[in-house]
Design a protein around this ligand. Structure first.
Ligand code: F3S
Length: 281
């Protein structure tokens, strides 16, 4: 039986880098180690880190009470105020912000300082977006669609800068930008969408269209895994959503010639490898 594992399955570059940075801290320091928010939406990884002494800080209030410790900032990044609080309290910062997100922080800071009103296209309550917003000034706003833009009722000739949440849908972004471009504002647009998600989806779709059975691995609350599953299911009727090897029923591949495997952005490599090995046995 032929088994194809997607090259883009699992962690993207930024998440892989962040998880590695946390593991690197273990044993390196006597201080307590924290991550600000779970480093990744994966219970196994967070559980493993907890066993190794890494704790999760859940709120800004809690963060303010931390002293004599190491705090890892996850790939989503955080606003400027978080760095200021940590520095003021003498906390050691390990910055695992994805470089692509960091780039947006720099853009927002610079454009705001130059007098532009920054519009972030994305979901207001997403931690990455909150972090990005934290690099702008009080005029920086988040919009999710054209309605949100119109509600702003901006004065004519307002100088705008438009950036995007890294995981925002590219077509929707283009559509909003196109509409805003037709208005009478002076606009600077920076497409800051990361293509890791899109590449994973395109590859999953291609593999699913060529195999008898497709396995999609990821946490049950992971929206990007659900999306991958939906994409694959359209191409291959025999698509299965599994969280770990424990959910995998080998009977589903007992009489097929080819199997494809992909995984959501928060699925660790060892789970992908376990499933891969099982398929080959
Ligand atoms: Fe991942 Fe960084 Fe892109 S965290 S999805 S590589 S912006």
């Amino acid at each position: 039986m032929e088994v194809t594992v997607a090259k883009t399955a699992g962690f993207c570059f930024g998440v892989k880098r962040a998880v590695e940075k946390v593991y690197d801290q273990i044993g390196r320091t006597e201080k307590r180690i924290y991550t600000y928010g779970p480093i990744i939406h994966n219970e196994q990884v967070v559980g493993d880190l907890r066993e190794k002494g890494v704790e999760v800080i859940d709120s800004l209030e809690e963060l303010k009470t931390i002293r004599n410790a190491v705090v890892v900032i996850r790939s989503h990044g955080v606003g400027k105020n978080v760095y200021e609080i940590l520095k003021e309290n003498g906390v050691e910062i390990v910055d695992a912000t994805c470089p692509y997100v960091k780039k947006i922080h720099r853009i927002v800071e610079k454009q705001s300082a130059e007098g532009r009103k920054v519009l972030i296209i994305g979901s207001e309550d997403h931690p990455e977006v909150q972090g990005i917003k934290g690099w702008g000034d009080e005029r920086t706003v988040v919009i999710e669609d054209m309605d949100d833009f119109l509600k702003l009722q901006l004065p004519e000739n307002e100088k705008l800068c438009i950036v995007s949440q890294t995981t925002f849908n590219y077509k929707k972004f283009q559509d909003i930008v196109e509409k805003i471009s037709k208005t009478r504002y002076d606009i600077t647009v920076l497409n800051t969408i990361c293509n890791a998600t899109q590449e994973r989806q395109v590859e999953a779709m291609r593999i699913a269209s060529q195999v008898d059975v497709m396995l999609v691995i990821g946490g049950k609350h992971s929206s990007n895994t659900q999306k991958l599953y939906d994409i694959c299911r359209k191409e291959c009727k025999n698509t299965y959503y599994i969280q770990t090897l424990g959910d995998f029923n080998p009977e589903c591949i007992s009489s097929v010639r080819s199997v494809g495997i992909t995984a959501g952005a928060s699925t660790p490599n060892n789970i992908i490898e376990e499933v891969h090995t099982k398929c080959q046995s």
